[in-house]
Design a protein around this ligand. Sequence first.
Ligand SMILES: *Cc1c(COP(=O)(O)O)cnc(C)c1O
Length: 465
Amino acid sequence: MKDYNILLEQALNISIDYLDNLNSKPVFPTKDDLACLDNFNESLSITGEESNKIIKQLDTFGSRNTVSTNGSRYFGFVTGSVYPVAHAANWLATTWDQNAALYDMSPIASKLEEVSEKWLVGLLGLKKDSAVSFLSGSSEATLCGLLVARNTLLQRKGYNIVEQGLANCPEIKIVMSEEIHSSVWKALNFLGIGKKSVTLVKSDQDGRLDIEMFPPVDDTTIVILQAGNVNSGSFDPIADIVEIAHNANAWVHVDGAIGLWAAACDKLKHLTNGIDSADSLTADAHKTLNLPYDSGLLFCKDRKQMIHCLQASGDYLSFNTDKRDGMLYTLEMSRRSRVIELWSTLKFLGKDGVENLVNQLCDNANYFSKQLEKNGFKVLNNVFFNQIVFQFNNEKDTKILLDKIQNGKIMWCGSTIWKNKKAIRISISSWKTTKEDIDLCLEHILSISKEIYKSKHDNCLNIML
Ligand SMILES: *Cc1c(COP(=O)(O)O)cnc(C)c1O
């Protein structure tokens, strides 16, 4: 055990040191850092190597090649950080090494899933006996949700897809916004639903599905909506569409990877009106809720049907009637007990804490965008949630600015194309981001912009910014 202790202490010390220096380290590795990755180009050892040297190598060449997503100035994609309580719970979960597939494999994981399910359903105001799956992320959640949707609609038509397969299957139609996330397309591909069965609905200037353009649907249609557009943060008009869709016995699935958490906030929950009637919904806890990876959620209004569609069986598997067996709700069988971190974070934050977190992310996005506009940048979206897309002068200057931001050390954000315009995209997703961080980033962006402007107008005395 002594060696074990020494190793864990080594990891603890490295971790504390890493976290202490996170704010002074470049947000994205520098060229010199990246060159160090060559140290990993080794052939596999024949006899194995010493554990402490392996951890040391990870720290020496690995730590500097991490992206500071656990810091306060990373704005790429939609990327949360981690709360200390979840970090500690994660270590404990690894110590326990629980497989959350079955109650018989981990009573504690099963119990925490049962409890967290109730908490989440209450927090988001969903129907009381909605079921929750704890899976790897919204991609898996969408795949599972759409599988339940497809199989249920077919079952209602008297078609058993498990028996009969896709060959003579009645067509399942999809209606969704042109702004839908790429992971939905991927899920449709997995499910054997082709592009020819998809009707894309136009969206408005904020990326919200345009209800005026919504086509007729029927009982073989899955309508897929969005709560939180990945660029603009906008929300589709969920309540109105659910009503139309349910009148026609269609299924409604909501991709709420980023935005479903708005339902936990008094100020924002009007954006998610109608989610309690949706048939299935997804959310990512590793984004807005700042959980460690990988922590996605699927919600289904009809628990029985969900389990019916997602079940697997085998002679060696014993399911419990009165205890939760997690694998009945997911694609995965063996699964780390990610719920341990989720439960800890929910317990740490409480209802108010979740609300404050989401409000803080949105307030920060609002502040950042206002400051950008004040300083002459073009913010291209209405800031509904935590997302900002903006331009500097024109597409060319925007690209130069982005390159310089990405090659600087202060912050990192990505690019996108928003309504046919190339833009810089900022996602405020970390609980650690403060107004001071934003001021620092603004100062940085302004000074780069001035340089760009100056190099273009060398003789010009009047600098725009
Ligand atoms: C991130 C995201 C997804 C995919 O989720 P993963 O957890 O990365 O699999 C789906 N939809 C939206 C809107 C997202 O932002």
